[in-house]
Design a protein around this ligand. Structure first.
Ligand code: ADP
Length: 375
């Protein structure tokens, strides 16, 4: 290592330390110094190497600028509030760990309408190898890995993630890309590493990374240094867990698969990419049937034909419509002092109040993406 790169490294580390101890002034000075040494390294180099030093230097200047006005909490815990457990298990906080042990979710595959092929893929990839470890080992198959779940919002990606954890009796770790992202140099990577380690501390775990496009955005010529580093480190970290003994399933969920960095798809870190689209006729029927199960409905309420008419609606739209109709019936029963019963008018009013939350153009965009990327 040259003197210049030693100095660059020292100032980078000192800046991170100062941020963590809440000293913005000192952090800013070290960020500016790190930029200075990057520029000096750029002057000593040529071509792409020089260009990359310039880019890093600009990143440090950007951070120094932000630190001018930043209010850092004193003695900030690095990473802050990441890796929230789905629902903390009573008294199950891991000793000495900032992560609480995530609970095993109660929602199961049976609660999920439709998604037959997604369920089958996951059964083969993780559920059966967990249930039949000897047979899986004999075939050199290791449970776990990475899966991208993508599709329009509100169609059960998160719910599916929880149900997978339930099926394999594993704790469910959840973090969103936005939650892991930090504008502070080095913190996003640290957040991610810590979360991976916390999940990996369990023999079996499901780690759900929501809005993974926000964490691993497509890198372009104008991407920030932070983006580039996070993608690179994520790929390295995930590579590391694949070598380990633990069964860790990483589910990366996104509504915008086209915004994810190409390398995330390409490098084989995510073995499966599963499209979670709008519910089909059968799934809509199942959603409605479940939402009105045990609920008194007037004789002229034809749930099956309403469910059929909801082509183009998301799962959560359909659940929302059913809830709105039940609420109307409940309200009326309170006002009239009668037994609650859902009427045809309640359902029709709910249909008028809740339109589909996705446009045909958006659905077409997913279909185009599927064709171009995976077929
Ligand atoms: P996403 O993660 O894709 O945005 P969610 O998992 O948050 O979607 O789904 C939102 C809600 O919609 C769920 O909590 C559930 O009530 C309902 N829902 C959506 N799709 C389904 C489905 N296929 N089966 C059962 N419930 C569903």
């Amino acid at each position: 290592m040259s003197f210049l790169s030693d100095k660059k490294g020292e100032h980078e580390a000192a800046c991170e330390k100062a941020i963590q101890s809440g000293d913005a002034g000192r952090a800013r000075m070290h960020a500016a110094k790190a930029a200075e040494f990057c520029f000096a390294l750029a002057r000593q180099s040529t071509g792409p190497v020089a260009a990359s030093y310039v880019k890093t230097a600009e990143g440090w200047l950007e951070i120094a600028e932000k630190l001018k006005t930043a209010k850092l909490p004193k003695a900030q815990q690095p990473g802050g509030d990441v890796g929230k457990a789905a629902e903390p298990a009573a008294g199950a906080a891991a000793a000495g760990s900032e992560f609480e042990v995530a609970e095993i979710p109660s929602v199961s595959f049976d609660d999920i309408a439709g998604m037959a092929s997604a369920k089958a893929t996951i059964m083969e990839m993780i559920v059966y190898p967990m249930r039949e470890p000897e047979k899986a080992r004999a075939m050199k198959l290791k449970p776990g890995g990475g899966v991208i779940l993508y599709g329009p919002p509100g169609n059960g990606k998160t719910m599916f993630g929880k149900a997978i954890a339930h099926e394999i009796n594993a704790p469910f770790f959840y973090a969103s890309g936005a939650q892991l992202r930090s504008k502070w140099h080095g913190e996003s990577e640290q957040n991610l590493s810590r979360l991976l380690k916390a999940a990996q501390a369990h023999p079996v775990a499901v780690l759900f990374l929501d809005e993974i496009d926000g964490l691993l955005p497509r890198r372009t010529a104008s991407s920030s240094v932070v983006d580039n580093r996070i993608v690179t480190q994520f790929l390295a970290d995930v590579g590391g867990f694949r070598e380990s003994e633990n069964a860790l399933l990483i589910l990366g969920a996104t509504n915008e698969p086209w915004s994810i960095d190409e390398a995330v798809f390409r490098t084989g870190r995510f073995d499966e990419k599963i499209y979670i689209g709008l519910p089909d006729a059968e799934a809509r029927d199942a959603l409605f049937a479940k939402a009105f199960d045990g609920v008194s409905c007037a004789a002229d309420v034809d749930l099956a034909s309403v469910a059929q008419s909801l082509d183009g609606y998301t799962g959560s739209d359909i659940v929302g419509i059913a809830k709105k109709a039940r609420q109307a019936a409940f309200r009326r029963s309170i006002e009239q002092g009668a037994d609650p019963q859902v009427t045809k008018e309640d359902v029709e009013a709910a249909l008028r109040a809740i339109p589909s939350s996705v446009t045909p153009a958006l659905v077409a965009r997913y279909e185009k993406f599927n064709r171009e990327r995976f077929q």
